[in-house]
Design a protein around this ligand. Structure first.
Ligand code: BG6
Length: 478
């Protein structure tokens, strides 16, 4: 197989403000959803919307409050990314640094200046910023007053925020994504969209109504970006990974298709510009009534995305057989049937490089728009040896096989514009809040309890990825 990555392919890495910046009260920043997500047992319920009090609780540990202190150390970190040869870096803007409560009339200049400096620093190293507008951090102020994305007012708050950042960073940022893993609103509604539930509420109704508001906001943000930054590329972002039927029993095949569509519904709207027929049937059969305004259909149809951004950690497997269903395994935000042909990570997430080629092909066949893999990687425990080295061969193997699969997808005719492996420097895990679930090429000295010097160390994968980038993937032919 010939691996030929196109000239100008965007090799890089991915981070998100909520998991790396820390400094949660500095620079005028307001509280955000993830600031109320502690580690430990409470986390799982809270990120899924079971949270009564919107405040920091005594006696709990909140890993986002300091995270890896990227807010103060970004220059040092960007120098390391530059040493690896990054062409781009995916970061997110913390909405509550720009509008601390979300509904102020005037933005917070200190927050705006922080991202000005961050983007300047990247650009001075020749690193193109790829920016997620909202990555798991909705301001608590507007959630408290207006109840999260289930309230249509959020569309206006979000657009005010977009207008400020588009105007301010239009000379610096070309690549944008409207919402991180927009489909995660179904699985992590509080972390993703500030949505909470009361006992007895129709959760599905609330989730899909909130999703509709996000979809409208995404389309209007796309319109705004095209007006303010004519040469920009603005994309959607989905947690992807094809669903395999466990067997060729048509019931399994149909269920796999339904699960697939649960995710693709979001991109169908963002990329094709309308709710598909299967969504209408699903809404009807589940007593979901989406409240729409008269102009909504036109908004969705007119302002579709320029590229499809997605995360890929693994494929998923689906069965209708109760016996098989007993063998479920963990995965990105939700469980899936264990695929007997695949190995698993220490956190039970399965490993399927070929599935990346399959997913790229499915998405490209369906949307015919450039694809951007904006997350991929292996969360693993790393050991620091006595001499300070970290020999993460397991991570190199994971990434090598996935990059090869990307090469195959490109050879299949898929238009792939970039690759930003997740957590290119160790950061806080979104699902568990742990530090020991590490993805990085760069090790950060910090543990699950918050102890450590925050010193950075290069892992073996650092040198390996540097060579991959320097040779535009050619080294993988060896
Ligand atoms: C994606 C998110 O779901 O997966 C990231 O966009 C997250 O924010 C990543 O960190 C990996 O998941 P986890 O739970 O291992 O951090």
């Amino acid at each position: 197989m010939n691996i030929n990555f196109p000239e100008g392919f965007l090799w890089g890495g991915a981070l998100a403000a909520n998991q790396c910046e820390g400094a949660y009260k500095e620079g005028g920043k307001g509280l955000t959803t993830v600031d109320l997500c502690p580690t430990g047992q409470k986390r799982s319920e809270i990120i899924r919307g079971k949270i009564d009090e919107l405040r920091v609780l005594e006696g709990e540990f909140y890993p986002s409050h300091e995270a890896i202190d990227f807010y103060h150390r970004y220059k040092e970190d960007i120098a390391l990314f530059s040493e690896m040869g990054f062409k781009c870096l995916r970061v997110s803007i913390a909405w509550s640094r720009i509008f601390p409560s979300g509904d102020e009339e005037i933005p917070n200049e200190e927050g705006i200046k922080f991202y000005d400096s961050l983007f300047d620093e990247m650009l001075s190293h020749g690193i193109e910023p790829v920016v997620t507008i909202c990555h798991f951090d909705t301001p608590i102020g507007i959630i408290e007053k207006f109840g999260g994305w289930k309230n249509r007012k959020f569309v206006d708050f979000y657009l005010n925020y977009c207008k400020v950042i588009f105007e301010r960073y239009k000379e610096k940022v070309k690549y944008w994504m409207t919402f991180n893993e927009i489909n995660m609103i179904l699985h992590l509604p509080f972390m993703g969209a500030g949505v909470r539930f009361k006992e007895g509420e129709n959760e599905l109704q609330i989730k899909y109504q909130s999703a509709h508001h996000e979809l409208i906001a995404s389309s209007l943000a796309t319109k705004l970006a095209h007006e303010i930054i004519p040469n920009c590329m603005i994309g959607c972002m989905i947690a992807a990974g094809d669903f395999y039927p466990y067997s060729c029993n048509p019931d399994d095949v149909l269920k796999a298709k339904e699960k697939e569509r649960e995710n693709l519904l979001f991109i169908d709207v963002q990329s094709r510009g309308k709710y598909p027929g299967y969504a209408k049937r699903f809404f009807k059969e589940n007593n979901i009534e989406i409240e729409m305004e008269q102009e909504d259909e036109e908004i969705l149809e007119k302002h579709t995305v320029d590229f499809i951004g997605f995360s890929y950690y693994a494929s998923r497997c689906v069965s209708t057989d109760p016996e098989v269903l007993k063998g479920e395994t963990a995965g990105n935000a939700f469980k899936s049937v264990k695929n007997p042909y695949l190995k698993s990570s220490e956190w039970g997430w399965q490993i399927d490089p070929k599935g990346l080629r399959i997913t790229c092909n499915s998405l490209y066949d369906r949307y015919q728009k450039p694809l951007f893999i904006v997350e991929n990687g292996l969360g693993a425990v790393d050991k620091v040896e006595e001499d300070g080295s970290i020999n993460d061969d397991y991570r190199i193997e994971y990434l090598r096989e996935h990059i090869k699969a990307m090469g195959e997808a490109i050879a299949d005719g898929v238009e792939l514009i970039g690759y930003t492996p997740w957590g290119c420097i160790d950061l806080v895990s979104a699902s568990t809040g742990e530090m020991k679930k590490r993805y990085g090429f760069i090790y950060v000295d910090k543990d699950n309890e918050g102890n450590g010097t925050l010193e950075r160390y290069k892992k073996k994968s650092f040198y390996w990825y540097k060579e991959v980038i320097a040779t535009n993937g050619v080294v993988l032919k060896k």
